[in-house]
Design a binder for this molecule. Structure first.
Ligand SMILES: Nc1ncnc2c1ncn2[C@@H]1O[C@H](COP(=O)(O)OP(=O)(O)O)[C@@H](O)[C@H]1O
Ligand SMILES: [Mg+2]
Length: 393
């Protein structure tokens, strides 16, 4: 279960409360912080590191430090890039900076989480993620990086196939050695695939944490659209810091309370069919297992904190009387923010700032797009005839 949301809304607090609650109810639980700005340790009032430590019966906690593992996954690939930038006359410090592949830290973080998940020691992993934008990158990168690198690798290999020492004499830029390719292959065909599988696993889900505030809700709903575009499943919205009933009775807070109820209704509609888990504003900070357990009970009541609480729709390809179509779940998006195109075998959908390339099944590839319509079920793309008519049967 991955917890994300705008900065400061209560991701760490509600993730920790979920973990405490799940452990109390008998699940072997690990709560792990994947946010570089770690504060999970503060919530438990304990010092945490990459190796999980016991916090309570059946409850462990840890904080991922991607810098420790960076070298394992990217060492030789990065060394090669530094060498290449050097060759282009870029000085040391800048070359090293440039060789920080965008996304490599997120992937390394995910790989560390995956290792913990695959250890088999836990029934449930709660991940306290970075704010929405980084979390989106975290969740969508395995697919995006896999696609990008899959194209890049054969090209580089083709250049080098002549045999590096010979090729090196012809081409003057430094060429990667065989080990670099091996590392890149392991990364692409092994590690990224494993991560993609984990993220699309039916037991994996994202929970978006919000507070009853306009800007927070706006960011969350954009994130929800983008998660849907990449088929990263979300199963609940956590509404944190709701005024408790006794405060709402005070005249000063009456207006606040009414406003909050309105926002809750709005969130329920925007994020339908996701259930809304409610957490009250506490009189003091929610630190320590006891207070977290209480918050967990209020969040989940009779629901199981570790269960996927609702099912997300997926991209669906089909055929009806009108012809072939693709159905893409895309909540809260308007036609103005949307662009659809087919290039070769890919359906390319741009929603706001994100773009996804979906590989089309063979029967749909290379067809023209007849129409793209937004409706209750999301985006429906209808396909026309193919270049080779016998495939139309
Ligand atoms: N329901 C709540 N009631 C009172 N204080 C809260 C609540 N949720 C979070 N806080 C406090 O708000 C601050 C930010 O919460 P935190 O969980 O660290 O947010 P995030 O991880 O999203 O940045 C912390 O000081 C935390 O103790
Ligand atoms: Mg946090």
């Amino acid at each position: 279960m991955l917890y994300t949301g705008k900065g400061g809304v209560g991701k760490t607090t509600t993730a920790a409360a979920t973990a405490v609650c799940a452990a109390e109810r008998g699940r072997r639980t690990l709560v792990v912080s994947a946010d570089a700005a770690h504060s999970l340790g503060d919530v438990f009032e304990r010092r945490l590191g990459p190796t999980p430590i016991e916090i309570a019966p059946r409850l462990d906690a840890s904080e991922v430090d991607p810098r420790v593992e960076m070298l394992n996954h990217w060492g030789r690939i990065r060394d090669y890039l530094v060498e290449m930038f050097h060759y282009q006359g870029i000085e040391d410090v800048v070359a090293e900076e440039l060789a920080q592949l965008p996304g490599s830290e997120e992937i390394t973080t995910l790989l560390a989480v995956e290792k913990l998940a695959a250890s088999g020691r836990y029934d449930l992993l709660i991940v306290d993620c970075a704010p929405t934008d980084s979390a989106l990158r975290l969740a969508t990168l395995p697919e995006v990086a896999h696609r990008a690198l899959r194209f890049l690798l054969p090209t580089l290999q083709a250049i080098t196939r002549v045999g590096t020492p010979v090729a090196q004499k012809v081409v003057s830029i430094p060429l990667p050695r065989a080990e670099v390719f091996r590392d890149a292959e392991v990364l692409i065909y092994d590690k990224l695939k494993t991560l993609h599988k984990r993220i699309t696993d039916p037991q994996t889900s994202v929970r978006i944490v919000v507070t009853p505030e306009r800007m927070v809700i706006d960011e969350a709903r954009r994130a929800y659209t983008e998660f849907a575009l990449f088929e990263v499943p979300c199963d609940a919205v956590v509404m944190n810091r709701l005024l408790p009933e006794e405060a709402a009775r005070e005249p000063f807070f009456r207006h606040w309370s009414r406003l909050q109820e309105e926002r809750c209704r709005e969130v329920s509609e925007l994020f339908a069919p996701l259930p809304l888990l409610r957490a009250p504003l506490l009189a003091d900070q929610a630190t320590g297992c006891e207070r977290l357990a209480e918050l967990g009970r209020q969040l989940f009541a009779n629901a199981e904190p570790g269960d996927v609480l609702s099912k997300s729709a997926h991209v669906h390809f089909g055929r009806d009387a009108t012809g072939y179509f693709a159905q893409v779940p895309l909540p809260n998006v308007s036609g103005d923010d949307l662009d659809v195109a087919v290039v070769d075998d890919d359906l390319i959908i741009t929603a706001g700032a994100r773009r996804r390339c979906l590989s089309l099944p063979r029967r749909l590839a290379r067809r023209s797009v007849l129409s793209a319509k937004l409706g209750a079920g999301g985006l429906t793309v209808r396909f026309g005839a193919t270049a080779s008519p016998e495939e139309d049967r």
